[in-house]
Ligand binder design. Structure first.
Ligand SMILES: [Mg+2]
Length: 380
């Protein structure tokens, strides 16, 4: 026999309605004590007062549990909102450790970094400058070697620091130059055009598809073909060290050859990132330095020269100080050759406190305070 009790019906109906507002929340009315049919609660017959009391207790318990779940849910929601707000801060204003690729503009808009690197004559000129300096350095190194003058390696030896660098021994090893690939010898025009057109940010899986299928949609960096050809003609080996995936080595070799950069042999003159390996390049540089005298390193990120630039505590200010330090600065253009890349990478980090020294910040005093000061010449 089943008895319908209106007094409990309202309490249970209230719980059921609350439960509907909490997706994913488990709020089952105790089976055996009562069953809900629509908005009515049905109890088994016999000892009705006792059962009603039990049911009330169960209802109170359920209500307490629901309250607790509501509080947990409110906390989760607050945390989610906090994270979303954090992600909305433009990368340029985030603190150290921000993503190394700026947030994309709207679909179809070309970010300033891409306009500069892929579209401007200014960037083409910078790249040519770097490669012309490389060609001269390589020619001089080959001439010294031929004349029996000692040639120095530019690969940091184990135990080096950026404040106290020393270099591996060259002996009579054959000469080589080591170059990064992306935005150093190849401009990934197809991939970046796709990101700009669709307003997408970097995606690892899409990048891998690009490596596998985009060989025909790249350009050589201005000056790279001539400098690399000149090195080969001078009998200097050309080795590529890149964090493109080793699984796509044949496609990357095709991209290099198609861009006029010559043949690269996977595992020999094309050292890519093995599955599960870290992104550091020191081990691969040491591998080349075992058999060759590396007279030049060429890249678009400090990690193309030493993993020490990515070490603990290397804030943007610390990296800049190290690159411009008394021991490292003389290498630029004289063994270490840097290409511009304002599109992505480890150089695109830092908030105002990281980028601008405290003693070089200025606040506009306003027109009245500046009265009598000659008008500034517009920047060109
Ligand atoms: Mg690169």
């Amino acid at each position: 026999m089943m008895t319908l009790r209106t007094g409990q019906r309202l309490a249970f109906a209230g719980i059921s309605a609350t439960a509907l507002l909490l997706p994913g929340c488990v709020a089952a009315v105790p089976v055996g004590a009562a069953a809900v049919i629509g908005k009515n609660v049905v109890f088994p017959g016999g000892g009705e007062d006792e059962k009603a009391e039990d049911a009330e207790k169960a209802a109170r318990k359920q209500a307490r549990e629901l309250e607790r779940e509501q509080r947990r849910q409110a906390k989760r929601e607050a945390k989610r909102r906090e994270q979303a707000e954090e992600e909305a801060i433009p990368p340029a204003l985030q603190a150290t450790g921000a993503p190394t690729r700026p947030a994309m503009a709207a679909a179809g808009a070309v970010p300033a970094g891409m306009q500069y690197l892929y579209g401007s004559g200014e960037a083409a000129a910078l790249s040519s400058q770097a490669y012309r300096a490389l060609a001269q350095h390589v020619r001089a190194s080959a001439d010294y070697r031929q004349a029996g003058i000692e040639v120095a390696s530019v690969v940091l030896a184990p135990g080096s620091s950026l404040a106290s660098p020393h270099f591996v021994e060259c002996g009579a090893k054959p000469l080589a130059i080591v170059l990064d690939i992306d935005e150093t010898v190849l401009l990934n025009l197809g991939y970046e055009a796709d990101e700009a057109a669709r307003g997408l940010s970097y995606d690892d899986a899409r990048w891998r598809r690009w490596e596998a299928t985009g060989a025909g949609k790249v350009d050589p960096v201005p000056g790279a073909v001539e400098a690399i050809s000149a090195a080969r003609r001078a009998g200097v080996a050309v080795v590529y060290i890149s964090n493109r995936t080793a699984a796509n080595a044949p496609a990357t070799a095709r991209a290099l050859e198609g861009a006029g950069l010559g043949k690269a042999v996977p595992g020999e003159t094309l050292l890519l990132k093995e599955e599960g390996a870290g992104s550091g390049k020191d081990a691969r540089r040491a591998q080349v330095a075992e058999t060759h005298c590396v007279v030049a390193l060429v890249g678009d990120q400090l990690g193309d020269f030493s993993d020490l630039f990515s070490g603990p505590g290397m804030t943007p200010a610390a990296r800049r100080a190290a690159a411009d330090g008394v021991q490292i600065e003389p290498l630029w253009g004289a063994g270490w050759f840097m290409l511009p890349n304002p599109v992505y990478g480890t150089g695109l980090k830092g908030g105002i406190a990281d980028v601008f020294p405290a003693n070089r910040r200025w606040t506009d005093p306003g027109a009245a305070a500046a009265a009598g000061v000659p008008a500034a010449t517009p920047k060109e």
